[in-house]
Design a protein around this ligand. Structure first.
Ligand code: ZN
Length: 248
């Protein structure tokens, strides 16, 4: 059984052929697809896809750090409204910090991240964390929650073994691994030999980060198979990673 723990199949890239995308995912052995929200503009589309594929696709609710700007408080109010009136969300996500695209709203990004962590504890939901060029800040925000029941996924982990070890200090957390692990210059296969199997989950981050040999093309959930031994990928020259087979 495979689970795609992070897939944005509700974005416009899939409007034309979503049924075929879903069919290919099922054929590839995918049993569940978890969908992280982006902001208030994506909720309707995400919920409609999840309602069309009950028992297969599950939505999350949250405000993505790249959508944090001067009106982040209104955005957070929308997230809170859904959280407090619906129980269909399986996690709060994706949330976190992104300093790659823009540092203008760093303060607001941190405030939005902290607020959503608090809601995760209040509503007893896991969180899905997006971190780009923000490792130190993420760690700093998360540190006070080490001794809390907070659980979740550090999505799209691509860091070093030292960084992996620091993130694994958070006992209820997993590392989300995607197509980056198949990229030729990726050091991830090496890094992952230091991570216990039970702390790894797979994701595609569709439509982004398609694995080799489809790198650069639109990604889809069926490709989660490409991150496994059966799927091949560049894991073949790494015996430890290879022996892990399907890690879902
Ligand atoms: Zn994502």
């Amino acid at each position: 059984m495979l689970i795609d723990t992070h897939s944005h199949l509700f974005v416009e890239e899939f409007i034309e052929d979503l049924p075929q995308v879903m069919e290919r995912a099922r054929k590839a052995g995918v049993s569940y697809i978890f969908m992280p929200n982006i902001d208030s503009t994506t909720i309707d589309a995400m919920l409609s896809v999840c309602r069309d594929y009950p028992g297969f696709c599950y939505p999350m609710i949250g405000l993505h750090p790249t959508s944090v700007n001067e009106s982040y408080e209104q955005e957070l109010a929308v997230v809170h409204k859904y959280l407090s009136t619906s129980n269909e969300f399986v996690a709060i996500g994706e949330i976190g910090l992104d300093l790659y695209w823009d540092k203008t709203f760093l303060k607001e990004q941190i405030l939005a991240f902290e607020k959503q962590i608090e809601w995760a504890l209040e509503y007893d939901l896991p969180i899905v964390i997006h971190s780009r060029e923000a490792f130190e800040y993420i760690y700093k925000v998360m540190e006070p929650y080490k001794k809390t029941p907070l659980t979740g996924i550090f999505h799209s982990f691509t860091g070093t073994s030292e960084e992996a070890a620091k993130l694994l200090e958070f006992e209820g957390f997993m590392l989300g691994i995607n197509g980056v692990v198949t990229f030729k210059k990726s050091t991830l296969p090496e890094t992952l030999t230091t991570v216990p199997l039970e702390r790894i989950v797979l994701e595609t981050d569709s439509p982004y980060l398609a694995p080799v040999p489809n790198r650069g093309k639109r990604n889809e959930s069926a490709n989660v198979k490409e991150h496994t031994y059966e799927g091949g990928g560049d894991l073949s020259d790494n015996s430890r990673a290879r022996s892990r087979g399907h890690f879902c």
